[in-house]
Design a protein around this ligand. Structure first.
Ligand code: GLN
Length: 495
C-alpha cells in the first residue's frame, strides 16, 4: 500500500518535520509552472500562504492541526467558497461570490488542509471533456493535445500534473471517475448522502455527490474520511457514522467475490480498455478473489435514463439564474426580456441543450413518456444491482470506454460525448459508491482506469478491492513524475 503524497505531507507537518508553508509554496510553484494546463480558474495564493503559516504556528504551539495538516487541496469551481468567486465555469455566475463555505470546505479547514484554488470544469458540470468551460479547456497532463475528461477535468489535471496532491470534485454521472481514469489518478464517488451537498452548486440533486481525487487509493481514502459524515444542512445526508477505513486499506481480497458486469464490457468499449479490465480481474483472482461474470440487464438503459433525469433536474435547478439573484445581468426593458437576454448570453450551448431537453421531458403530455419512464428504469437499475450484490461483494467494469480523446473529437455530435458516461452513470442512478483506479496503459501509452463498484455504504469493501488493485499493479506514473517536473508536461499545442 503506498502512503501517497498527501499522507506523507500531513505526517511530516504534524511531526514538525516540515512546514505547511513549504508544502503550500511547492504547490503554488507547480501551479504557476503548469499554468498551460488550464487546470485552475482561480488560485488563492495569499489566503493559502496565510493559512499555512497559521497551521505552522499551531504545530509550534503543540497543537495538532488534523489529518490533512498542511496538505494543499484544489476545489472544483462548483463548490462554494466564501468571498472567492465560484463560477461553475459559466459566464452567468460572473462576479458572484458565495456568502458561505460549503460543508466540505469547513471540514477541510477543520482537518488542517489548505485550499489553494478553484479548478476548471465543464460549465455547470455538464460534459465529459472540460471543453464546455466558458474559460477555455483544460489539457491532459499526459498529452496536452487531449482532453482530461470531464466534467472535473481541472481537478483531475491538477492532481495528475503534480500541482496539488488532492482535489475535490463532483460526480453526477461520472465526473470524478471518468477524468480520473483519463488522467491516470484515483477518483471516487461516495454513496449518495454520505458526503454533504451543502454548498455544492446543484446540477441534478438526486445524483450529485462530492468526492475525492488523489494519486493513490490511500490518499483518496484519507480525503474521503475527512469529508464523509452527517450534515444537518443537507436533508439527504445519511445519519449513520462513517467507519474507519484502515482495515480495508490493509486487507486482502482472499475470498472476495468480484463480479465483472457483462453489459458494461460489450459493444462500444475499446479493446485496449477491456484488456486492462481483464488484467485487473486476473490480478484479483491471483490474489485469491473469486472472480465471475454477472449480468446487470438494466445497466444498458442507464445512459438513456440518466440523460432524461439529469437534464430534468437541471432545468429546474438552473431556473434560479434569472439575472436577479446571481452574477450576470444583461439589461433589457422589462423583467422577462432581461431574463431572456441574461440567460441567452450567460449559458453556453450544452447548458442550454440540457435545459431544453429537461423542460421537454417534464412538460405536460410528455412527462409520463419520458421522465416517468426514466424513473422506472432507475428502479430497475437498482433492482438489478441488488440481485448482483446477492452473489458478489463488489462489481468490476471499465471506467471509460476509451483512453483520453483529442480536442474536438466528440464535440460535433453531443451523443458521442454522452457515450463517454456509459460505464459510470449506473452507480449514480443507484446511489452507490464507485471508484476508478489506474491499471496500466492502453492505446498510445495513455492511462486506463478500472472501476470498482459496491452497494450503498459499501465504501469499506470498495476501498479494500481498490487498494488491492493498486498493490497488484503500481499503475501509471503520475504525469509529473513521468516527465520529471510539473512544468515539463504542460507545453503543448493549442487545441
Ligand atoms: N458527463 C456527464 C454529463 O455530462 C456527467 C457529468 C457529471 O457527472 N457532472 O452529464
Amino acid at each position: 500500500m503506498s502512503p501517497g503524497p498527501a499522507a506523507a505531507i500531513a505526517a511530516a507537518v504534524r511531526a514538525g518535520e516540515r512546514s505547511a508553508a513549504s508544502a503550500v509554496q511547492e504547490s503554488l510553484t507547480a501551479i504557476a509552472a503548469g499554468a498551460d494546463l488550464g487546470a485552475f480558474n482561480a488560485v488563492t495564493a495569499e489566503a493559502a500562504l496565510a493559512r499555512a503559516e497559521a497551521i505552522d504556528s499551531a504545530v509550534a504551539a503543540g497543537e495538532d492541526p488534523g489529518p490533512l495538516a498542511g496538505v494543499p487541496v484544489a476545489l472544483k469551481d462548483n463548490i462554494c467558497t466564501r468571498g472567492t468567486p465560484t463560477t461553475c465555469s459559466s459566464r452567468i455566475l460572473e462576479g458572484w461570490e458565495p456568502p458561505y463555505d460549503a460543508t466540505v470546505v469547513d471540514l477541510l479547514n477543520a482537518a488542517g488542509a489548505v485550499v489553494v484554488g478553484k479548478t476548471n470544469m465543464d460549465e455547470f458540470a455538464m460534459g465529459s471533456s472540460t471543453e464546455n468551460s466558458a474559460f477555455g479547456p483544460t489539457r491532459n497532463p499526459h498529452d496536452p493535445g487531449r482532453v482530461p475528461g470531464g466534467s472535473s477535468g481541472g481537478s483531475a489535471a491538477a492532481v495528475a500534473g503534480g500541482l496539488t496532491p488532492l482535489a475535490l470534485a463532483s460526480d453526477t454521472g461520472g465526473s470524478i471517475r471518468q477524468p480520473a481514469a483519463l488522467c491516470g489518478i484515483v477518483g471516487m464517488k461516495p454513496t449518495y448522502g454520505r458526503v454533504s451537498r451543502y454548498g455544492l452548486v446543484a446540477f441534478a440533486s438526486s445524483l450529485d455527490q462530492i468526492g475525492p481525487m488523489a494519486r493513490t487509493v490511500t490518499d483518496a481514502a484519507l480525503l474521503y474520511s475527512v469529508i464523509a459524515g452527517h450534515d444537518p444542512l443537507d436533508s439527504t445526508s445519511i445519519p449513520e457514522p462513517v467507519g474507519n477505513l484502515n482495515g480495508a486499506l490493509a486487507g486482502d481480497v482472499d475470498g472476495l467475490r468480484v463480479g465483472i458486469v457483462t453489459e458494461l464490457c460489450g459493444e462500444g468499449i475499446d479493446g485496449d480498455v477491456l484488456a486492462r479490465l481483464e488484467a485487473a480481474a486476473g490480478a484479483l483472482a491471483s490474489a485469491g478473489a473469486e472472480v465471475g461474470e454477472v449480468s446487470v440487464p438494466a445497466a444498458v438503459f442507464g445512459l438513456s435514463a440518466y440523460f432524461l433525469i439529469a437534464p430534468a433536474e437541471a432545468s429546474s435547478n438552473l431556473a434560479r439564474y434569472d439575472g436577479v439573484r446571481y452574477g450576470l445581468r444583461v439589461p433589457a426593458p422589462g423583467a422577462v426580456d432581461m431574463n431572456v437576454a441574461t440567460r441567452t448570453a450567460g449559458f453556453g450551448d450544452e447548458v442550454k441543450r440540457r435545459i431544453m431537453l429537461g423542460s421537454f421531458a417534464l412538460s405536460a403530455g410528455y412527462y409520463e413518456a419520458y421522465y416517468g419512464k426514466a424513473l422506472k428504469v432507475r428502479t430497475l437499475v437498482m433492482r438489478d444491482f441488488a440481485a448482483a450484490y446477492e452473489r458478489f461483494d463488489v462489481l468490476l467494469a471499465p471506467t471509460s470506454p476509451s483512453v483520453a480523446f483529442r480536442f474536438g473529437e466528440r464535440t460535433a455530435n453531443p451523443l458521442t460525448m454522452y457515450l463517454s458516461d456509459v460505464c459510470t452513470v449506473a452507480s449514480n442512478l443507484a446511489g452507490h459508491p464507485a471508484i476508478s483506479v489506474p491499471f496500466g496503459s492502453g492505446a498510445d501509452g495513455l492511462p486506463v482506469g478500472v472501476q470498482v463498484m459496491a452497494p450503498a455504504l459499501g465504501e469499506d469493501v470498495m476501498f479494500r478491492a481498490a487498494a488491492a488493485l493498486e498493490r497488484l499493479l503500481p499503475g501509471t506514473q503520475p504525469a509529473a513524475a513521468r516527465a520529471g517536473s510539473a512544468g515539463a508536461v504542460t507545453k503543448g499545442t493549442a487545441p
